[in-house]
Design a protein around this ligand. Sequence first.
Ligand code: FAD
Ligand code: PYC
Length: 417
Amino acid sequence: MQKYSGFGLLKHALSHHENWQRVWRNPVPKKKYDVIIVGGGGHGLATAYYLAKVHGITNVAVLEKGYLGGGNTARNTTIVRSNYLWDESAKLYEHAMKLWEGLSQDLNYNVMFSQRGVLNLGHTLQDMRDIERRVNANRLNGIDGEVLDPQSIKEIVPMMDCSDKPRYPIMGASWQPRGGVARHDAVAWGYARAADALGVDLIQQCEVVDIIQEDGAATGVMTKTHGVISANRIGCVTAGNSGVMAAMAGFKLPLESHPLQALVSEPIKPILDTVVMSNHVHGYVSQSDKGDLVIGAGIDGYLGYGQRGGYHTIEHTVQAIVEMFPVFSRVRMNRQWGGIVDTCPDACPIISATPVENLFFNCGWGTGGFKATPGSGHVFAGTLAAGKATEMAEPFSMFRFHDGALIDEHGAAGVAH
Ligand code: FAD
Ligand code: PYC
């Protein structure tokens, strides 16, 4: 047994007191749930909502170690698009896009989904070949998309430098008019409120520290603050922490957890009414309804769980943005942050059963899962309800890394990784 003295004893007593305070304030009903969702980000909350709404399964708990929507959902730059290359992912992200288009009405909560269009710029001949290939593939899948030349880009974003002066002149772009942005925390709150109204238990400050198994099947979770909570099925939707969750269950996932950073400027008057992304020069920008320029970077190259990232990445991104938009050079930066994204080798998610019976994972969305939130929740709810992958989830099984059926998605890299 650990011995405490002096400051250690005080700290231990306080942390115990704090934990009991939490339990007291936030009691968990002593019952067995049909489904436990670990992770109260957008994807976990959406899963709980669709379990209740579409499948009538309301005996559900969402366990969140911090506060609802405080992970990557709170930290992302909210770009929504469905212009993915391969059929499997195009289908999944377009499914999400269609749900986005009715989401505020469905949740009776304004998620501020704004279809202001997304430009993905090309700066080299190879970029342009990739853009043409992707737009053609999108159209074959019924997804809107056009290839634009610099002149047409200039008409959409007049203040962008489309001349041949920059280091990497803009040669063209793909344009998805139905793409855009949404309000990140409204998405989490909208799903949370709607799930709660259908009877789902949302339990915050409740970190899962172990997966309990009997005879190779998951039967519940051990939590830091609320002891054991039992369930028939468990869905882990823990983004950058999914490798840690898998280790608790005794297997490995082919995931890397990297910091991904973003920043906002001081609020300025409306100047940019679309989303501009450049994978090649590593930067993207849109303007929020508050007026901030929302700017994002490529991933930091190292692995980590620090939710911050290195300064040089931000500096590099700002250089790229200023080169594309010289007019932004005197705008001041307001704040910067990072999240931890979980990337798979083929840049596609995992929506899957696992080697442990009754335990399912939804993760690996990497730098691009916000746009998938409604589709991910909808598809994962179907998987949890059925106890096996639904048709749309099938290609995203974790076992694809055993049988070689990788998807190798080119459209996932909205930012460099
Ligand atoms: P999260 O919101 O991270 O939720 C997971 C939750 O699990 C967290 O709240 C965490 O606290 C909880 N958790 C973890 N471990 C435990 C545990 N042991 N017990 C209990 N709870 C636990 N995607 C886009 O599509 N467009 C973008 O523009 C975009 N920009 C991004 C910019 C940045 C800077 C970052 C970091 C990401 C960006 N993304 C973007 C990616 C997107 O944010 C994520 O893919 C998406 O939000 C993942 O949602 P989630 O619900 O799975 O994860
Ligand atoms: O996937 O579109 C995207 C994206 C933009 C910023 C981060 N990810």
